[in-house]
Design a protein. Sequence first.
Length: 272
Amino acid sequence: MKQFISYSFCLLFSFSASSQGGYFGKKTVVSVDGSLRATLIYQSMLSNYRYNTGTLTGESSNPVIAGGFTASLSHYFTKNVGIGIDFSMTFNQLKMPYAKQLSYLPDYNQGYYIDYNSTATIEKMNMRTYYIIPKFEWASRGNLPIGICHSIGIGYANSVLTNDNYRILVRNLYDNNGNLIPSMEYKESTSTQRTLHGVVLEYGVKLRLPVTSFMAVNVASNLRFHMPHLQNLTMGGDSEYIDWEEDVRRSMRTSRGSNIMDIRAGLSFILF
């Protein structure tokens, strides 16, 4: 009986050591994660714009959760430090605020005008943001490539809108005779909209839990800080206004920069 217990213990120990040997000593890891982030901060910021009066007919409600995915490659020089690079994409929708003065109304020269009593609702726009972020990784417990890993990096962000003609509903506008027009709907295109480039700083923490000698389950959270962009204003008479494209870019900056944290989960493949 004692021999059986001793044999079983040795067998268990050998299996455990063999399993650990499967990932300890390996230095290159590929990870694939899905991510979620709340858009509550962005939604609350929109309440400052009086034009936002609701949802257009046939338009889905604005989601409070945005999604995305990340693929990353890491190489560890020791059990404590390494380097990596993240490639990621996020999806979300813009609810775009209008400028202070709606001076770019297309029907302006066709007998309509607007004032500060006018309000507008714009169809939500679909935006994708691509990230490339080199990073430095470290672990205080010396257990890389598994366990808790911290990272910090600086990289590049590129946001683009889905090319479409987006509906705009303007309420309380007037004709040249001063008669009130309750509402008018038209469309604006984003076909000439420039992409929004920027620099992003990122800090993250990831926990890898091994399930085999070459694979681990990931759970992680990341903070991203986008470098601020100056807002370009055009002077028009005694007031400032922003044209359509710059107004869209302002909303893209607001959306991208106001939601800084995400939660991730996925798999890591411990290669060699």
